[in-house]
Every structure is written in C-alpha cells, then in structure tokens.
Design a protein around this ligand. Structure first.
Ligand code: ADP
Length: 259
C-alpha cells in the first residue's frame, strides 16, 4: 500500500514544479493492526476474570454466604482462581513488554545446562506430581554449558515444562534433554501429551494464540507463555522449534550459544 505525498518546488517564491514522494505504508499499517489486535486481546483477557469475580462477589453479598456456607466457600474459591489468573496475566504482560522494549538487560553467564534443568524441574515438580507425570532430564554426559541469563533461561524451561505438564494426560511422561549442535546447544522438552494439529504449529508462538481456548483457560494459561519463550530465546541469538503429532505428543526445543 502506498501513500503519495506531493512536495511543491519553489523557485524564488514561484511554483516551478512538484515532486511526488511515495511512502510504503503497508508495514506501518501492519504494525498498527497488530497493536490494535493486541489491545483488544488484552482487554478481552482481562474482562473475563473481572466479570466472573464481580458476579460471584455480588452473589455472595446478596446472601449466598449466610444461607449456604458450603456454596459460599465454593464461590470464594472461584473468585480466588480468577484473581490468580488475573495476576498471572499481568505478570506475563509485564514480562512481555519488558522483553519487547528491547531493554532486556540480559546478564549472560556460563551455565551448566544440567544445573538449570535440575532447578527448573524442582520448581514444576509439584504440578507434575499432582498429575502423576514422570519428569526426567537427559543429557549426553558431556557437561554441556551455555552462555545465557540464568533467570531467563529458567523461565524458558519452566514455561515449556509447565505446558508439557498442562497438555498431557495423567500418567504421561515429560523429558527435558540437551545436546550439542555445532556452536550451539539444543535444549528440548518432549511430552507424551495431546499434541498439536499441524495447521496450528506456525502460529503457536504468537501472543494469545491457543489451540483450545477452554483447555488453556482451565489450566490457568494466559496464552503468553510461548511468546515469552520465543522473545527470550531470540534475545540470546537462538531459535525456537516445535514438532508435534496429535495424540502422540510434542517436542519444543530451542538453541542457545554454547559456552
Ligand atoms: P497457554 O497459557 O495457553 O498455555 P502458551 O503461549 O504457553 O499459552 O501456549 C499457546 C498454546 O499452545 C496453548 O494454548 C496450547 O494450545 C498450545 N501448547 C503449548 N504447549 C503445548 C504442549 N506441550 N502440548 C500441546 N499443546 C501445547
């Protein structure tokens, strides 16, 4: 799309001609559309829990608490769940906007992948246990090391492990692994979960993109986890990849520079 802008040429105050300046505004329009969609998405995501919280609080105030304490308690639990979703959403939005501002301030250091893996696995262990999902770490025994910001790397691992657990049936298996790939290290999270249809794969790392909206919400998902992963990995000069087979499971992997 082009915007034509005419600039008059003046010669001692007299109009002597004009130049046409062609601006390509398709890129500009695309950015503007993405921004508008984002604001609409955020508003929608915020409105849902707020509406639920308001509805249940009103019901409680109009007597449910006094007349049926058990029911009242259930409503309070629902309010709490939605408040937690809201705070998760705000946390992820802040993380994303910090990453997108380009002022990430990475503090790369030499990190043993096995250490970061152990730490991340510890942090998701409880969720894994609740769903009876076996978590493991596998490397090639060479003591792989990467050059990365420790907190960010752990956030990537936790987001991927969390998803692997969320989108698996009870009794499943989740395996974290690492192997060298030239000057890089590839870290993978493999699950035996529900998998992802091929048509959804290209859009998976977009903000708020979900294969199954209801399932994501029920699991406390914000739809932002993978876009945070992608931003962090790219800020380190790495790339992300996903392979999946519906009903068989998924492998999410990323590369980081080896140390
Ligand atoms: P969410 O908060 O919804 O989990 P993410 O950005 O982390 O958001 O993931 C985006 C979508 O990708 C999810 O809603 C889900 O549909 C799909 N997804 C992510 N990880 C997996 C996985 N391991 N197995 C199946 N689907 C997945």
């Amino acid at each position: 799309e082009t915007l034509v802008h005419w600039v008059p040429l003046l010669d001692e105050g007299e109009l002597s001609g004009a130049v046409a300046v062609f601006h390509d505004i398709s890129a500009l329009k695309r950015v503007e559309r993405i921004r508008r969609d984002f604001v609409a998405n955020v508003s929608h995501e915020l409105r849902t829990p707020v509406t639920v919280i308001k509805g249940y609080a009103e019901t409680l105030l109009s007597g449910a608490l006094a007349h049926d304490p058990a029911r009242g308690e259930r409503f309070l639990q629902i309010i709490l769940n939605h408040a937690e979703r809201l705070s998760g959403l705000v946390r992820d939005l802040l993380a994303l906007s910090e990453l997108e501002s380009g002022e990430v301030g990475l503090k790369p250091e030499k990190i043993a992948v096995a250490d970061a893996a152990r730490h991340a696995l510890l942090l998701v262990a409880q969720r894994g246990e609740e769903k009876k999902i076996g978590l493991s770490y596998l490397d090639d025994g060479e003591g792989l090391q990467v050059q990365a910001d420790r907190a960010r790397l752990e956030q990537v691992l936790i987001n991927l492990l969390d998803n692997a657990i969320k989108y698996s049936e009870a009794g499943g298996k989740v395996e974290l692994s690492a192997r060298p790939e030239g000057a890089l290290v590839r870290i993978s999270v493999r699950d035996s979960g529900i998998g992802i249809p091929e048509k959804d794969l290209p859009r998976l790392f977009e903000r708020f993109y979900r294969v199954d909206e209801a399932r994501s919400r029920d699991n406390g998902g914000t739809g932002l986890g993978l876009s945070i992963v992608k931003h962090i990995v790219q800020a380190h000069g790495g790339t992300v990849r996903v392979e999946s087979e519906p009903g068989q499971g998924s492998v999410f992997s990323f590369t980081l520079p080896a140390a």
